[in-house]
Design a protein around this ligand. Sequence first.
Ligand code: TXA
Ligand code: MG
Length: 313
Amino acid sequence: MQTVLTKSPLEAAEYIKRGGTAAFPTETVYGLGADLLNENAISKIFEAKQRPADNPMIAHISNTGQIVVVASEITANARKFIETFFPGPLTIILPKSAGVPLLATAGLETIGVRMPRNETAQAFLTACGMPVAAPSANISGRPSPTAWEAVYEDLNGRIDCILQSDVTEIGLESTVVDCTSEVPMILRPGAVSLEQLQAIIPETRFYENAHYEMPRSPGLKHEHYAPAAKVVLIGSALNIQSSESQAFIGLDKPDVEFNLMKICASVEEYASAFFAFFRECDSRNIETIFCQKVAETGLGIALMDRLKRAAAR
Ligand code: TXA
Ligand code: MG
């Protein structure tokens, strides 16, 4: 398959309308899109990404009017979050509508809905004129793509089109919040923080895996976000011998020098840089990446979640 590169949202949307696949930018990471209501198109996403069949997709919409196409009910909690955070980096889980194929939701009767705020994403989704299923545009298990070049690295020859745009602004995935039950539960931390959600609905809390037999967000049990290199989380004091095959990313300059190192000015910059840094380390055959821990508040919770997953591998 030849993968077409384009800067035109209209051209990229044509592939979706014809039942094909197109990667597109959002404010979080690049997504790999296909027509949500077309089972054959959805199967192409699973194949291209080598995604496990039990990992459901998020429905991306261009306007709130499309929510009724994908969800059978908009709960009162969901309504409040939609008013405040759409468009933006928040995915809301709702009961799915009958028209959404079970292949897209991996057999679940619920569906994640998200309206990106990135301008190119909006132009693309508007041109598609339909809800677009889109997981992150990486091979399953690899670091999420924050640049179109990272999409190309993983999926060239496996998808129809890549909509080329800038490096993504936030750099880690959306917050996923389940609004199907009385108390909203965060299934995946992201750019919209617990504190921001609690300001709208104070009862909102993190979902505790231990309370349930089955993980609520199937994607969380799969290997995620991991570079080929070993990831080691460290505090501020660094007692290590640096070598050629090691790299460092964090907020403070370490006492030892690394050939490859990135010092970030803020947690925001760290969050937007680490996925690309992981990929660069892999391309340079780095064996160990030292990642400095950050305080687990605000965006730091989402960043630490991704770093811990990468380190747990
Ligand atoms: O920022 C993002 O959310 C990006 C961009 C492209 O929008 N997308 C993304 O998709 O990260 P993906 O497929 O890589 O991650 C979706 C997460 C997975 O952990 C999945 O299990 C969970 O959302 N999820 C999707 N639908 C769900 C559902 N019905 N119930 C529970 N969890 C769901
Ligand atoms: Mg993903």
